[in-house]
Design a protein around this ligand. Sequence first.
Ligand code: FES
Length: 104
Amino acid sequence: MPKVTYVLPDQTERTIEVPEGESVMESSVRNNLPGILAECGGNCSCATCHVHVDPEWRHLFTEPTDEERELLEFAEGVQEGSRLACQLIMRDACDGVRVTAVAD
Ligand code: FES
C-alpha cells in the first residue's frame, strides 16, 4: 500500500499507509491528523485542505482542475507546489509522497 508522509503544523512528520483511490485529505482526516481541516468534506469548495507537495512527486498526480486553481488563488500561503489534498488521489506510483499541511 502506498505511503504518504504528512508534515504537520508543529513540523513533526507522520507516515501513513493510504489505500489506492483514497485522497491525501481522506487519509489525514481518517487518522485524526491536525492541519487538514477539510471543512467541505472533499467537494473542492473550501481550500482548508491546502497542502504543499514536495517537487519530486508533483507530476504523479493529475493536473489541478480549473475549480481547484480558482480556489487556490484565494488561499493563503500559496506556492508552486500548492494543491488541495482532497484532489490528490493516491495510487501505487505515489508511494513516498511528502505533503506539508498549510495551516491558515
Ligand atoms: S476538503 Fe474542501 S476543498 Fe478540499
